[in-house]
Design a protein around this ligand. Sequence first.
Ligand code: NI
Length: 499
Amino acid sequence: MMIKKRMNPRILLFSIVVLLIFGYNGVPQESAEAVTAEEKPVDEKKLTIGEEERFILPSPTDGKGRFTEGLVETYGYNALVGIRYPVFNKASIDARLFEQVHQVVDGFTTSNGGRQVKPGEDRAVLTGSYTTHEALERYTSVQLVFQVYNPQDGKHSTEVRSLIFDNANNKIVSTKDLFTDQALQVIASKTDAYLKDNETFRGLIEEKRYATGIAGNWENYKLLQLTADGIEITLMPGQAFPASQGVVVIPLSYEDVGTALKQERDREVATQPKKPVETSPQVDPNAKKIAFTFDDGPSAETTGKILDTMKEYGAKGTFFVLGHMAEKNPDVIKRAVEEGHQLGNHTYGHPDLTTLSDEKIQNTIAVTNDIVEKATGVTMKIVRPTYGAVDADVQRALSDYPLINWSLDTLDWKSRNTDSVVEKVLSAVKEGDIILFHDIYETTAEAIAILVPKLVEQGYTIVTVEQLMESDGEVLEGGRIYTHKTVAPVEADTATEGE
Ligand code: NI
């Protein structure tokens, strides 16, 4: 048993003030808003010194009409704890916050509480402060920042905990609950762009540490906070930059991040199930339309040739690109966009989606979207499943994207024969068809050069998938499979026209 020592209350008060100030110093950015000059004086009579006693330091307010509390503990003269944390007067939040604080305090006292400080030696010190944000009329985001001073090695260390409370459901949500995998990839790439745009950080990049530290996985972004205007990403000392750089905070606006929060998106979907998509150039609604679709490119040679033909005849196509090909040939898809063609997503490396987890499915699509967006500024809205293979899991994982298969397969990949591809199309084509080609074969490019003028001559208008499917006001739904445009039966008296 330790004998309780009496400490001069004025010294203790001084310690508390120092601690609280010290604590705030370690907090990134907007922490200043948590500090107020109007803190009530500490009621000295409540202070108790002892091995395991703590007291609550009431100190209204944090400027937002909420209470914050301080926690100060002393362990004889060996160790000192001074933590400030917010109080919301809401059991669901307060209890969990205090639990987090406890965990850190327990860890600290386990290693420092029992140590005997020798005369002239410093005490071990744990300080804690916080920031809070209200976001999107639904979330309360709290970040707890702890600093530990260890007198034995004279070093300071930092621990950060982020908690996001979903006030609609009274629960804590993780970043993974909040963001889709696509969004995570976008966040990672925007973080990268932010850091590389910043002179200070750019100069500190050590390739390997940096690449690992900001890679788009949940572990790297678990300290994310929601704010009124966007998100804040906290990188721990040593995570992406040398530890001497300390905690790095990256603010991104909701606009930057581009992809909505999961719940927000769900709500949007629920309230407005038919979100109109940007309309592409108008096509005569009475035209006899078909869509040419090209998979597995873009290729530097053959895609260019196809674009040349399409341009000559005013035909528009849809290119379902692979992420790894788009990476290599960004100029080709840029040209396709400039010339009015549509881009769709065909995954990064052509995996069979039915063999992948939801996370991996979303990841391969997100990564590809990001590459194409960077190269062209276009956000792809449709997906062509590799091998046309879709099951219920794929549909669920890709519930944001209409899944576009086909009604006419040219088997160009198999025959690699221009005449065979031409014959396949001409013998079977009908209004509303979505035709499957691969723009990576010379034989296909040659077939296109024959087919486009022939079909135009036959009265077909060759359009993008969007123009084919949505020109009459139909809106494609995410997660649904489409193979062609259903053409309304023609009136009896006009049925024979043109035949
Ligand atoms: Ni393919």
